[in-house]
Ligand binder design. Structure first.
Ligand SMILES: [Zn+2]
Length: 474
């Protein structure tokens, strides 16, 4: 029986012109006779009509191939064979001197992977070019000399006219973090949209793939058989998009075209921004509990809302993040004869007054009876000037300084009161449980890591963006 030996020495995958695409030897051998005979005939017709444009090519050497019918046990079995003008150096060369072991070794030395890479690039370029919007395309080269000199060539470059210019990187093996960042920055500067395309997502996913998905805001793009079939059917490039579900997995894949993607957000292209939404949820999560508790408390206990029991679940939610709060609460009671929970609720109301005034461009105050224009400054002067909140002068000034209401921090009356508070009271610092609690309540303003990520993603909320603020407020 020759079949086993032939399988190792024959061409394992032939790439047919689209829309047929890749046909592995196993698929060919499993076809009914009339199907492979049709393929065989079409290949031979093409060979006669256009000898230099093969209908099917060897995956490894790209030489033209035909279908040889091998007589086996009174029947015929189809195999691929190179046309005589194919390169004799192909590891799959059937007439060559390679032993089956050599051929197998060649496969595992990456030949097959680089051939798959090349074939994917060719298919992706071909389906993109079928789109009438495509003005220019290139594989492994760039059309603009300015970029040539810097030595960075995208796998596929597409100029899609009004849709924009795209660099597609087909990544079969693990990409390296510095290269990912360098490419994003490079293409951002050039005004070219970079999209990383994978063949599949392995489990467990190597970090390099995670890095790309992070850069693409929780989107993974795949070009597989489904995407190829959809591309051929729609006459444009279609890719499969997997969106993070926020629980360590992905939502049901969606087949999308380039015009479905968001390309206006600087250095990354995505279908849906999955990361900013999660970050925004994190920012609001604990604060919302406090805000709801405060609204409830105002109804239940209008005269002294901060002492309302409705703060209990909100307190528990922040204490879960800052366990030191429990010991601080006991110590606060012992030294101040006041409830720590009520104290934190009052501080929350002070900071909410700043945040909401900044968001609305008009003064809203949730503690003290000040109202109208100037209410926020009057409240801050009053609170920072009080013994209970003088220890938070630094914190309140820092908070104010990273909001849209930052100009208020420059006001002479507040500056004077802050100076006085610093002279008369030890200031609460970043390792204090209350400071940590406030960081968890307002991460957009006070959590450096969260704030930097929001800035990178251009998602900093308006209230927490001093550069968006008026010169003075209130
Ligand atoms: Zn070959």
């Amino acid at each position: 029986m020759r079949r086993g030996t032939d399988l190792q020495r024959t061409i394992r995958i032939a790439d047919f012109e689209l829309p047929r695409g890749a046909v592995p030897i196993e698929t060919l051998m499993a076809m009914p006779r009339e199907s492979w005979e049709h393929l065989r005939t079409q290949i031979n017709i093409r060979r006669q009509e256009a000898p230099n444009t093969a209908l099917a090519r060897c995956r490894l050497c790209e030489g033209g191939v035909f279908i040889r019918a091998q007589a086996v046990d009174g029947d015929h079995v189809p195999f691929y064979a190179h046309f005589p003008d194919s390169p004799p150096t192909c590891p799959w060369y059937d007439g060559g001197t390679l032993t089956p072991d050599d051929a197998r070794a060649a496969q595992y030395q990456g030949n097959q992977e680089s051939a798959l890479h090349r074939q994917l690039c060719q298919v992706i370029e071909a389906v993109a070019k079928a789109d009438p919007r495509c003005k220019a395309s290139a594989i492994d080269t760039y059309l603009r000399p300015a970029i040539h000199t810097r030595g960075r060539f995208p796998d596929i470059f597409l100029d899609m006219g009004d849709l924009g210019r795209f660099a597609l990187e087909v990544q079969l093996s693990k990409p390296f973090a510095p290269e990912i960042a360098a490419r994003h920055l490079h293409y951002e500067r050039e005004g070219v949209r970079l999209i990383w395309i994978f063949r599949r997502l392995d489990e467990p996913l190597p970090q390099g793939f995670h890095d790309v998905i992070t850069m693409q805001r929780g989107n993974a793009f795949i070009f597989d058989d489904d995407a190829q079939a959809a591309s051929v059917a729609r006459g444009t490039l279609v890719i499969k998009c997997l969106l993070e579900d926020g629980k360590g997995s992905y939502l049901k894949p969606r087949l999308v075209g380039l015009d479905d993607l968001q390309t206006s957000s600087g250095r990354s292209v995505f279908l849906e921004d999955r990361r900013s939404e999660r970050l925004a949820t994190y920012c609001r999560e604990v604060r919302n509990r406090w805000w709801k508790a405060f609204q409830q408390a105002q109804r239940d206990k209008p005269a002294s809302p901060f002492y309302s029991e409705s703060f209990a679940p909100a307190w528990a939610s922040v204490r879960a993040h800052v366990p030191d709060l429990s010991a601080w609460k006991d110590a606060y009671w012992a030294t101040h004869a006041d409830k720590g929970q009520a104290h934190l609720a009052s501080l929350f109301a002070i900071l909410c007054s700043i945040a909401h005034s900044a968001a609305q461009d008009s003064d809203v105050v949730y503690i003290t009876r000040h109202s109208g224009d100037g209410a926020l400054l009057a409240m801050l002067n009053s609170k920072v000037g009080s013994a209970a909140f003088a220890p938070y002068a630094d914190m309140i000034l820092q908070f104010l300084g990273v909001t849209r209401a930052a100009a208020l921090g420059e006001r002479a009356s507040l500056q004077k009161i802050v100076r006085n508070a610093r002279e008369t009271h030890d200031q609460v610092t970043i390792d204090h449980p209350v400071w940590k609690a406030v960081v968890r309540l307002f991460p957009e303003a006070l959590d450096g890591v969260v704030r930097a990520e929001l800035i990178d993603l251009a998602q900093l909320p308006r209230w927490a963006d001093p550069s968006s603020g008026p010169q003075s407020l209130g």
